[in-house]
Design a protein. Structure first.
Length: 348
């Protein structure tokens, strides 16, 4: 049963929601913003369930839904008539008809059995301007019983008039140690893999969950490090052939529409290199493995640090950072990676 105690490291957001539950003063509209995998919908549904609960209880200092009343049981089975998820027919956009039919024309009907009528809009950034204007009419004159919760990974996609009429609740990065503990205790992930997943997730618990169970990520890590090991004996064309082979997208993975590539794979590839050489810098300074991410590659890390200077490793990290920025700026990705690999090869 999902409760506020299951929401990790979102203290500011939880404090606001707890205040609402204690005072019984919900706003008519909220925007929960954060990157994909940050738990926006999970948080929205915990909040919605608690708002509708007819027998709220205090647990460990927080107001929680009881989980036993008819409202909670329906909410947990996604079958609550007064918690409505706005779906859309077109995958790439939420059109004006979606908002008119599923929300604006529906709000005139009072809640069937609860105090509130709650509308959850996932992927809110996909609303067209016309759809946002249709929503705006409801936000300007909302019935007293409605609560609209918009979820988005891009706050800049909204009209200023939409944002000004909502309470914006941004998700915050979850601490690495919290993610690691969660993976180990709740998902039974081994310690080194939990630490690696937490480091790469950059505070995104959803991404950490995905990485910890993603065999392809484990293969990408191993093949990337194997590429670095053999780099000094490879010609430029051989380097790029290996890069293309290990980053080749598979069916069903999200690709860049123009270039036919899986951008997530490219970003993970560069991040693996970044963390690997950061480990080398840490090990060279401390000769201690306690703070390394790639604890299963200590032998290789030690061998490189014996022959490379601080300046060598620092230059490599600079080249990786430059490549990372170039990729995020949509410049020629092959050229960015080629220059980065040449730089790494020169300093190894």
């Amino acid at each position: 049963m999902a409760d506020f105690s299951d929401i990790y490291d979102q203290q500011q957001m939880k404090e606001h929601m707890q205040y609402v539950l204690k005072t019984d003063k919900a706003s008519h509209a909220y925007i929960i913003s954060g990157e994909d995998g940050s738990g926006k919908e999970f948080i929205a549904r915990v909040f919605a369930k608690a708002l509708q609960c007819s027998n709220k209880q205090e647990k460990d200092g927080e107001i929680e839904s009881c989980g036993l009343c008819p409202s909670c049981i329906k909410a947990m089975s996604d079958n609550h008539p007064d918690i409505i998820t706005i779906t859309h027919d077109k995958p790439a956009s939420i059109g004006v008809d979606d908002i008119r039919l599923r929300l604006r024309d529906d709000v005139v009907i009072k809640p069937y059995e609860s105090k509130y009528k709650i509308y959850i809009i996932p992927e809110g950034e996909k609303m067209t301007i016309a759809a946002q204007n249709a929503l705006l009419k409801t936000l300007e004159e909302p019935p007293s019983y409605i609560v609209i919760i918009i979820l988005t990974n891009n706050l800049n996609a909204f009209l200023p008039t939409i944002i000004s009429r909502c309470i914006v609740l941004p998700t915050r990065p979850v601490r690495d140690e919290v993610i690691k503990k969660y993976l180990m205790e709740n998902c039974h992930v081994v310690d080194y893999k939990a630490e690696l997943s937490a480091a790469f997730a950059r505070g995104n618990i959803g991404k950490a969950l995905e990485l910890s169970s993603n065999e392809r990520f484990e293969n990408l890590k191993n093949e990337t490090i194997d590429l670095v090991v053999k780099l000094e004996n490879l010609e430029i064309y051989q380097m790029m052939e290996r890069v293309h082979a290990l980053l080749e997208p598979v069916d069903g993975e999200e690709k860049n529409a123009k270039k036919g590539i899986d951008m997530r794979q490219y970003e993970d590839f560069v991040d693996i290199l970044l963390f690997l050489f950061r480990d080398m810098l840490v090990f060279k300074a401390t000769e201690n493995t306690d703070h390394l991410i790639f604890t299963d590659k200590v032998s290789y890390i030690s061998s490189v640090t014996k022959k490379c200077s601080y300046d060598d490793i620092s230059s490599i990290l600079k080249d990786i950072d430059i490549a990372k920025n170039r990729i995020s700026s949509n410049v020629n990705i092959d050229l960015a990676l080629e220059l980065m690999l040449i730089g790494i090869k020169e300093h190894l």
